[in-house]
Design a protein around this ligand. Sequence first.
Ligand code: NOJ
Ligand code: CA
Length: 704
Amino acid sequence: MKVNFVIPLRKEMKLIPLFLFLIIFTACKTSSEDGPSKTSSVSSPGNVNTIEFFLDATGTPHYLVKHNDKVVIDSSSMGFEFKGQNPFKAGFVIKKTTEKSFNETWEMPWGEQRSVINNYKELFVELEESAAPNRTLNVYFRAYDDGIGFRYEFPKQDGVDSVTILNENTQFQLTGNHLAWWNPGDWDSSEHLYYTDSLSEIDAMALKKADLAMSHIVDNSVLTPLTMRTSDGLHLAFHEANLTDYAGMTLKLGGGDYLLTSGLVGSDRLGYKVKRALPFVTPWRTIQIADKATQLIESRLIENLNEPNKIGDVSWFKPKKYVGIWWEMHLNKSTWDLASGKHGATTANAKRYIDFAAKNGITGVLVEGWNTGWEHWIGFDDRDGVFDFVTPYPDYDLKEVVRYGKEKGVELIMHNETSAAPRTYDKQLDTAYKMMKSLGIHSVKTGYVGPVLPKGEYHDGQWMVNHYQRVINKGVEYQVAIDVHEPIKPTGLRRTYPNLVSAEGARGQEFNAWASDGGNPPEHLPIVVFTRMLAGPFDFTPGIFEISLKPKPDNQVNTTLAQQLALYVVIYSPIQMAADLPENYENQPAFQFIKDVGVDWEKTVPLNGEVGDFVTIARQEKGTGNWFVGGITDENKREITVNFDFLEAGKKYEAIVYKDGAKAHYKNNPTAIDIEHFTVDKSTSKTFKLAEGGGFAISLKLIK
Ligand code: NOJ
Ligand code: CA
């Protein structure tokens, strides 16, 4: 069996000045052996995490992970089941193992931080079946100080052109009944609440009747990122990186105590999980490992396991705050469709939002419900061919709105709701993106509400993964940044395709406006920061000031106003909405924070936090030297002390803190807010009182 690989075997150094890349390859050693094996292992550069690989007596591949010499993932087997071929399970021998070290520093065009260190040690294992037809399978293991990743490679080989995968059987054998923050492994939706249970208590099937526009739960499984804490206080977060032309992975419970097994999202229409021609690689299976919860926030493992920027210059997109014709629909004040007689996307209304944005230094305006088709979207089965992505309703003059925005320094954010009819979107993709480019529109919010058409496909399956990728590629072609709602979960592809700027992929603010379960509970975001947010930017849409939602007496936002401000720092997204109606911001001193807060960061410093309870994050704005701090709590009030020792020595900052009033409470007194001015330097320390469901936000302006 011949395997073609180019493995760097010598020291080489490359300097690419454009991206300031520093890449060091160092090959360590190569070994060949036959027959069931001894253990091969690789440790992270700081010897924090170790991966061991071995074949058991039957020749089944296994791995094990240690953190500081303690086993955190016990012996876990690996394998695949195929249509029309014997499974990959037992009978392997190791042909060769190769180790290498890698260290580079790369720059994010926008992000939580400017530069990212990507430093790992790799073990590459080449396997072959000992019996005919002697098929081959390779595994790459990468050990980082903040976690590990591994991926399979199906190399080019004689006699096998393609595989149809029915199941991937990658095990994750945990060492105890850890406490997990989970949501169900729904093939169609990541908009369930998060639950907190020990592994043995997780019951995803109990959630089958969730009140969602689409939901498909087939087994007792959970979505990733899945975060858990061991009884020793260690944190483990499971996810995947570089999900390309493959099915999304859930984690199935069962089959053994504290055992998780990869579950691939399938296609009932096609009758398989994944079909690929050889050669190909699977996404990385990732485990972030952290002694403290806040270290999960610092980890860039997911991005590091993706390839560098493939699309070149992206200076045509600028991180921005935006407002939009959006919340008014969720409040039932206006509608997306024209027929109701309450159409929101009129030329005059769009100009009103543009005026408000321009007055407040906000550079983006989203207009939903501008195009024809909204009379026939949610709740209809025959949604193919309905939405038109270039034809405005007659009361909306798209060209005039664009012109008016340009005059005021405000760019339109296009909106393309597909109603989960991707074939209709695919057909119009080129026309729609060409139109955006011709109008000078550089970003689009897409949406995929509803069960996918054709029936039998699901949001997280391979067929949809490829659709989402086609949209990203089209965005590259026409210089359009994508913000996907009802997306495939982020897996770090933003490194390779920076135009994939943001995504939903968790319960957003909108649920507060209409969910029949009372909206997002106060613990929602303190969980999301340590779960969904580990995957990438989140377009949550913060900034609701009229918390009681007067037009909807049965609904309200379950946070204080001060927490709404804190979310601009706590949640990372290069596009951040000021989601409330312009009139709700008028004469509100707290709106100053939204005007001031940055959207693109030089550095991120998580100050404290525990999953599901509270979190405080400091971020330094790129280009200004200003810092912003946001802290949020769950339903419990608490005191948080901030040591400003993250500030630069010898510098002074003018601080404004926006904090919960003495009697604030998310339920009955959410808008009580105190605003105080003070001066800080590196030696300052201050304690803030957070109300139930509360928070605080601080802007720190460098005194020059
Ligand atoms: C769901 C999105 O999450 C929401 O933001 C949008 O308003 C609706 N779809 C309509 O596209
Ligand atoms: Ca949504």
